[in-house]
Design a protein around this ligand. Structure first.
Ligand SMILES: *Cc1c(COP(=O)(O)O)cnc(C)c1O
Length: 386
């Protein structure tokens, strides 16, 4: 008998989302900035540790807002890791500014701060950092770099809501940070995001950009008696319906984290012996990092092993996957970006990385099936002794 496919990810249904969604539908207030938006924002502030947050239609849009708030434009350069989702660089390119691709650290797969420093020019305005897998980048080094060169720091924290590194909470470090509530993320509402505004001087303008360049937010609070068009901007405000789902998701943050960690821990504890026997390595979590179990990945010995393990899993009805295709060599990366030094680590690791299924609600039986399948895989390339 053939077994049901284990998906790579699946959105977890939290206890109150149906109830809140019905409440929202019946309230008649479906547009943005209604009661669900306000309630979800309050819980997001608690979960994220940020002082100011604006819910948005996506993380991509929050990144675009960041680029607008920094007034990035033609001639400006922004340092971004090559190993990230297209939106991190796309938000820079859409303003006509140049994403400058920087290689990653081989242990954490986060921006290599030394390589970033070498890529600074007198046009560099900002650094957009990604905390891959919610494992924090080297924050003290990053802040020192930004300080030396007068750069704004934007954290693409799509993976790292509520995670910590050293004394820092991810998403509260940069002038601003972005979150994703896409259905593949730990906390989700189908499509959604947030801009965390840590530097208060950006907040008032951020509200205007999100509301099509108008002061509607101030109008709704009774601070102005009519609202007018004051700036550029777009429609970055999510419907209250989506925020109803998000509210329940955020209220269940601890539960979701616990469920994900149980699976992550099972993988990490069970696969060490198999990995060393097969030339693979497990994720490196620095001692001072508390991560959100957003991804579990293996670095295989070779690209051939990446492909072969993915096939091996598929034959056992399990969906594993690689991750980002390097942006510096992508068609848009070549067209809009600049790559001062080859991103060799990005190219190497993206060709060897395999992510395993990981989602809240995954059954123990499915976790066991994944573990059995992985440990039944034998590396194509013999592992050198010693
Ligand atoms: C998912 C993701 C995004 C995009 O998020 P959306 O909410 O889908 O726009 C951006 N950056 C990173 C690192 C992501 O993982």
């Amino acid at each position: 008998m053939s077994q049901a496919f284990i998906p790579f990810t699946r959105p977890y249904v939290t206890p109150r989302e149906e109830e809140y969604l019905l409440d929202s539908l019946r309230s008649g207030i479906l547009q943005g900035d209604g009661p669900m938006t306000k309630a979800a924002t309050r819980v997001l502030l608690e979960v994220s540790g940020a002082e100011r947050a604006l819910l948005t239609t996506s993380c991509t849009h929050a990144l675009e807002m960041s680029a607008m708030l920094l007034d990035l434009g033609p001639g400006d350069e922004v340092l971004v890791p090559s190993f990230t989702f297209s939106s991190t660089a796309g938000a820079v390119a859409i303003r006509g500014a140049t994403p400058v691709f920087v290689d990653i650290d081989p242990l954490t797969l986060n921006l290599d701060v030394q390589a970033a420093e070498a890529a600074v020019t007198d046009r560099t305005r900002a650094v957009f950092v990604v905390h891959y897998g919610g494992i924090g980048a080297d924050i003290p080094a990053l802040l020192a770099l930004a300080d030396r060169h007068g750069l704004a720091v934007v954290e693409d924290n799509a993976h790292g809501l509520g995670a910590r590194r050293g004394g820092y909470t991810l998403g509260t470090v940069g002038a601003m940070a972005t979150q994703s509530f896409h259905s593949t993320k730990n906390v989700q509402c189908g499509e959604g995001g947030a801009l965390l505004v840590n530097d208060a001087s950006f907040f008032e303008r951020a509200e205007v950009l999100r509301e099509k360049g108008t002061d509607r937010s101030r109008f709704l609070r009774g601070q102005v008696d009519k609202y007018t068009w004051n700036d550029v901007g777009s429609s970055y405000l999510p419907s209250d319906l989506l925020c109803a789902v998000l509210l329940s998701q955020l209220e269940s943050f601890d539960l979701v984290q616990r469920l994900r960690h149980e699976i992550w821990d099972a993988y990490q504890q069970s696969l060490g012996g198999w990995a060393s026997a097969n030339g693979a390595r497990l994720m490196h979590v620095p001692d001072d990092a508390q991560h959100p179990a957003h991804v579990f990945y293996l670095i295989m010995a070779t690209h051939e092993d990446q492909t072969a393990l993915l096939t091996h899993l598929r034959e056992r009805a399990i969906t594993g996957t690689f991750h980002y295709v390097p942006l510096d060599s992508s068609p848009a990366g070549r067209r809009f970006g600049r790559t001062p030094s080859p991103c060799d680590v990005t190219a190497d690791l993206s060709a060897r990385l395999v992510r395993l299924p990981l989602y809240a609600g995954m059954t123990q039986a499915d976790v066991d099936r994944v573990l059995d399948a992985v440990t039944a895989y034998v590396a194509r390339t013999p592992v050198a002794a010693g």
